[in-house]
Design a binder for this molecule. Structure first.
Ligand code: BTN
Length: 257
């Protein structure tokens, strides 16, 4: 087993991100433990990593398949500014993209808003949650799940939709090297946000959704149109069949065959 609290501490190349590591073998979801730590005022950059999640969560209340020994499941605690908060997911997607590129040479694309794809299939998801108090963000949780070495075929619910780095590369990938590379890239992106800088150009350049006819579902709401652009905060701009434009801030994108 390559992951442990000590191994992670030794592998990290960050100045502060992940310097407090909470590593657990088995947990319902790293989001819940991170939330309790944030409520107690843990240091910014606290990292909760699990070997296995028994109730891993995705966006829209979906389950996140989280078997032991193969993938990365972690949540980071931030105390972001109101500028940084809505851009945390963007920072995470860019950091995973950079980390994967550094460790494997593969170049993932981003499916709006922050899914990472290889060969048209998803291998990484990002879940950003936060608690706002008036004008300030009390804390934010950034959860990241990366299918590193998983045998995706073993899970019927993932058939045709998901992939893993191992499946794409044809060899296993070190979770420790990948975690260290992702956190180094995330620290850099987060510090840029702290300085009020934009991550939009880098993110928009990696977005595979632009220029495609898409359907965006958000609860009961469904919108269709050509994805013509994005806002600086990461919302998607659709041009509908009647020529009108619509800006959507959240939802799940599917493309028409
Ligand atoms: C998505 O639906 O794309 C987001 C998936 C996020 C999964 C990660 S795994 C670590 C953290 N803990 C969870 O329960 N979910 C996130």
């Amino acid at each position: 087993m390559d992951l442990s609290g000590d191994a992670i501490r030794r592998a990290l190349r960050t100045r502060w991100l992940g310097h407090r590591v909470v590593y657990v073998e088995r947990i319902p979801s790293t989001m819940d433990l991170a939330r309790s730590l944030a409520r107690e005022g843990c240091p910014e950059g606290t990292l909760v990593v699990a070997e296995e999640q028994t109730a891993g969560r995705g966006r829209f209340g979906r389950a996140w398949v989280s078997p032991p020994g193969v993938n990365l499941y972690f949540t980071l605690v931030f105390y972001p500014s109101v500028h940084a908060f809505p851009r945390l997911g963007m920072a995470a997607a860019l950091a995973v993209r950079r980390g994967v590129e550094e460790v494997t040479g593969l170049r993932p694309s981003i499916k709006w808003p922050n899914d990472l794809l290889l060969g048209g299939k998803k291998f990484c998801g990002v879940l950003a949650e936060g608690v706002q108090e008036g004008e300030r963000i009390r804390y934010a949780l950034l959860g990241v799940g990366i299918d590193v070495n998983m045998e995706v075929e073993a899970y019927a619910e993932l058939a045709g939709l998901a992939t893993s780095l191992r499946a794409q590369l044809g060899r296993p990938v070190s979770r420790l090297d990948l975690l260290a590379a992702v956190l180094a890239a995330l620290e850099d992106r987060y510090e840029r946000l702290r300085r009020g800088e934009s991550l939009h150009p880098e993110w928009a350049a990696a977005l595979e959704t632009l220029g495609r006819w898409v359907r965006v579902r958000w609860g009961e709401e469904v919108h269709e149109g050509l994805a013509v652009g994005t806002t600086e905060e990461g919302a998607l701009i659709l041009q509908r069949a009647d020529g009108s434009t619509l800006t959507v801030t959240a939802g799940e994108v599917t493309t028409r065959p």
